[in-house]
Design a protein around this ligand. Structure first.
Ligand code: SF4
Length: 373
């Protein structure tokens, strides 16, 4: 091999020259950019032409019709991004399963301080506190009940939802194999457990598109015991003297608390939706669990209702695990959804003390950028 001289040889100049037909291909590519309705199609065409690196000419020309797709470029390979996304989701699952979020921990500690010393309620909360500390230290599930694995993904327009759902399923399988999730999902007809926590509806992934370039993934592991004590009321309800108004809602929600006593692994947290249809009512009520436990409802009437139900429920004396005491609920979160005049549903979802909820924002390569709780 000749020693480098610092001068460019004619052979090197020839290698640097654009391939034959390059100018024609570039003009054709520009025309494709102008005509295409999707940046991805453009990139595909550019790749097919070869001879130069695919770039987004629409972005460069300011004519981008799919801004988010362009503004969130994937610098790594597709496979690399998917691997990183899966790894991020496995870590999200691990942390959700093993660590109670800080806002919930603070509420549990405050309730422990409120309970009378030497009572069963105090002992129950101390056991819960030890359980939480042990799970975090050993990075093991807080509870043997894996619960329903529910992802909530906020994503930009153009985000590949199919790929994300595939990554979520692969992450659940991997997290289960690693022991972050107990094998806890069974076929509803046969009762068979294939040990993967995968199946129809397992996990559940809810997507919500927004105009922001940010991608955020939140995860809730919703225990089965507390799911069993969720309830839906159709107002008016004669037995509860509950009419179609806020007082009627209050009566229905407090009835749900009474029905749940001794079940559902309290102290609990209520997520409530007033209105909607039966399905969206429950769906919206569960979404309330994504709120911070110590936030305040921006709607004054709902805020007042939340505070009133929290106080009344804790005055009932049901206490942790139904053993009696001052802490029946750690929080109440209520939203309202439009309804048709013929219906008035109050949907109540109940979360147990093992309030496993976490979330992350992701960077363009699928890696964790920040933690949300
Ligand atoms: S309801 Fe909650 S605390 Fe009770 S077993 Fe299920 S996940 Fe665990």
């Amino acid at each position: 091999m000749p020693w480098p001289t610092g001068t460019v040889t004619s052979a090197e100049k020839a290698a640097q020259r654009k391939p034959a037909g390059w100018a024609k291909a570039r003009a054709a590519a520009k025309a494709a950019v102008a005509a295409a309705d999707c940046v991805r199609n453009v990139l595909r065409e550019l790749r097919g032409m070869g001879g130069f690196t695919p770039v987004c000419l629409r972005k460069a020309s300011g004519k981008c019709v799919s801004a988010t797709r362009v503004d969130t470029p994937r610098r790594g390979s597709y496979r690399g991004v998917m691997n990183a996304l899966q790894a991020s989701l496995v870590e999200l699952i691990r942390r959700t399963s093993a660590e109670i979020p800080d806002d919930v921990n603070r509420a549990l500690i405050a309730s422990l301080e409120r309970e009378k010393k030497g009572t069963i309620a105090e002992s129950a909360l101390k056991i819960i506190e030890r359980n939480i500390e042990l799970a975090k230290r050993k990075s093991q599930p807080i509870c043997q009940d894996t619960g329903s694995v529910i992802f909530y993904v906020d994503c930009p327009v153009g985000f590949d939802q199919i790929a994300c759902e595939e990554a979520a399923r692969a992450a659940v399988k991997e997290a289960t194999a690693k022991g972050f999730l107990r094998q806890n999902s069974v076929d509803s007809l046969t009762g068979k457990n294939d040990g993967t926590n995968l199946g129809p509806g397992a996990p559940t992934v809810h997507f919500h598109q927004h105009r922001s370039p940010e991608t955020a993934v939140r995860l809730i592991l919703k225990g089965g015991g507390c799911e069993n004590v969720g309830a839906q009321y159709s107002l008016p309800n004669e037995k509860l003297h509950a009419n179609r108004d806020l007082d009627g809602c209050r009566r229905a929600i407090l009835d749900a608390v009474l029905q749940a006593q001794g079940k559902g692994c309290g102290p609990g947290i209520l997520g409530v939706c007033i209105g909607g249809d039966r399905a969206t009512g429950y769906e919206f009520s569960k979404q309330q669990f994504l709120r911070m436990l110590d936030d305040r409802n921006p709607h004054p009437d709902l805020d007042a209702l939340e505070q009133e139900i929290l106080k009344t429920a804790n005055d009932l004396g049901i206490g942790p695990m139904g053993f009696g005491g001052r802490t029946t609920l750690l929080g109440v979160k209520i939203c309202a959804a439009n309804r048709v005049p013929a219906s008035f549903f109050v949907s109540v979802s109940y979360m147990c003390w093992a309030y496993r909820r976490q979330g992350v924002t992701l960077d363009a390569e699928g890696r964790i950028h920040s933690w949300l709780y």
